[in-house]
Design a protein around this ligand. Structure first.
Ligand code: CA
Length: 225
């Protein structure tokens, strides 16, 4: 379930329509009142929050979400008007997981949602394993054949993405977007450096991460080994 708090009905309806058409359950609210009432009934997987709202504004709602242990982990994407609010909201470091500058396209919105949902792991899944690699998603620890491996946050996120999508070829640009974020002004070499250190740290299991020449990287599928 995805909640969208947006006072402009045209935008809200389009967002909810698009989400449903993309296979998500979705519900729209024009202000904080309906949103908080719904939160008591069902905790969503993700919230899209407009900034300027009647009643509590989006930043205040976000702050309240983050201050409660029950709701602090819910991913939030802030929707902000481009010039006036965008820089301000980002400058505030409000604790949102991502931002969408209005007017945003629906495909853009869906790709942001998918990226945010991929990054936020469900709490009930504790350990994911892949061919000798075990990742404890709650403790943020990794072992290879039982031996602890110390990864940086970016290496960890890369490994998580690969293990979650075996066989999928990620371009360097896609990895930059997924792991470093839309606004990261880095070079694709950054990706190569991190893949290199990740492979080294994974020792034998590092060979599972394959270079696809001229394209990017993928996690080898079980039948390829
Ligand atoms: Ca608004």
């Amino acid at each position: 379930m995805i909640y969208c708090v947006e006072d402009e009905s045209a935008i809200r309806d389009l967002v909810v329509y698009t989400l449903k058409a993309s296979g998500y359950e979705a519900q729209g609210f024009e202000s904080d009142a309906g949103f908080w009432a719904a939160m008591k009934e069902l905790k969503p997987e993700l919230v899209i929050l407009d900034v300027m709202l009647p009643g509590e504004d989006g930043l205040k709602i976000l702050k309240k979400l983050r201050s409660s242990p029950v709701t602090m982990d819910i991913p939030v994407i802030m929707a902000t008007a481009k010039d006036s609010e965008y820089d301000k909201v980002i400058g505030l470091d409000s604790g949102a997981d991502d931002y969408l500058a209005k007017p945003f396209g629906m495909m853009e919105m869906i790709s942001h949602i998918k990226a945010v949902l991929r990054r936020s792991s469900p709490k009930q899944v504790n350990i994911i394993t892949y061919d000798g690699i075990a990742m404890d998603m709650n403790k943020h620890t990794v072992t290879v054949n039982g031996n602890p491996v110390s990864l940086t946050l970016k290496e960890y996120e890369l490994l998580k993405l690969f293990i979650g999508n075996p066989g999928h070829v990620f371009t360097r640009d896609a990895l930059l977007t997924e792991i470093w974020g839309m606004d990261f002004a880095g070079e694709t070499r950054t990706v190569d450096v991190h893949i290199g250190t990740l492979r080294t740290k994974l020792a034998n299991a590092g060979d599972l991460i394959q270079t696809i020449r001229g394209v990017g990287y993928k996690m080898m599928e079980k039948h390829e080994q």
